[in-house]
Design a protein around this ligand. Structure first.
Ligand code: ZN
Length: 237
């Protein structure tokens, strides 16, 4: 839910601009990520490759040059609040408060995330950003060090701001294409690999309510991207 009217106004401007300039991207993601993130992701991928080739100090040094604060701000201030604003723009109606929650179980375990991420080519089904399983990010963190690649601590008061920006834009979740709150369909067919921005941005809305195309499932390996699975297989020191 949008935090305040300044945030909502800013999101509305971004949505209108995107709809005008990049209609194809606009139809695919609640709010497409800034293109410069691809360069930052390239830098991160390189750091991971170095770290897992045993050059940990060089990798840690490179981590300092990634402008990850721009990613943190984008996720925390913009992406996760997009749903309501987009719904108002598209449907010209007041946003939902919240759909009812279902007690039915959903399986979001590591094994299922891995299986569906492989099916979907380790990319967000909406915005297409390169994505990584949380279990793989944890492995990367254990090699790079929590100081240069932090995540939420689990302590009280811990928030998005405790994460490295890469974590916020690349970590994989599973999105229920038809919202779980509507009919609790937890089948593979209703699930798609998704970045946090698109997942929380889409919120409890249907594709139709946000005027979104159906997300891409079963993408397979694309551009040689394997969600860092290949570069983190073994550590040679
Ligand atoms: Zn996405």
């Amino acid at each position: 839910m949008a935090k305040n009217s300044d945030t909502s106004r800013k999101i509305l401007e971004l949505l209108r601009e995107c709809r005008l300039v990049e209609p194809e991207r606009f139809s695919r993601a609640p709010l497409p990520y800034p293109r410069e993130f691809d360069d930052l992701i390239d830098q991160f991928v390189l750091a991971v490759k170095l770290a897992f080739a045993g050059k940990v100090q060089e990798a840690r040094h490179r981590m300092n040059f990634i402008d990850h604060v721009s990613m943190v701000k984008w996720y925390d201030e913009i992406a996760q609040h997009v749903g309501d604003v987009r719904y108002e723009l598209i449907s010209n109606a007041q946003p939902y408060r919240k759909r009812g929650q279902s007690d039915k179980k959903r399986d979001m375990g590591d094994a299922r995330v891995r299986r569906l991420a492989e099916r979907d080519g380790h990319r967000c089904g909406y915005c297409g950003i390169r994505a990584v399983e949380p279990a793989v990010l944890k492995k990367v963190q254990s090699v790079l060090g929590r100081d240069v690649f932090p995540s939420k601590t689990g302590r009280k008061g811990s928030s998005n701001l405790d994460y490295h920006g890469i974590w916020l834009v690349m970590a994989i979740t599973l999105d229920h294409i038809k919202p779980f709150a509507i009919d609790a369909d937890d089948s593979d067919a209703n699930l798609v690999t998704c970045c946090w921005g698109c997942n929380f941005g889409k919120y409890d809305y249907t594709l139709k309510e946000l005027d979104l195309a159906r997300p891409v499932q079963s993408r397979g390996v694309f551009d040689g991207w394997h969600g860092l699975r290949d570069s983190t297989m073994k550590l040679s020191r």
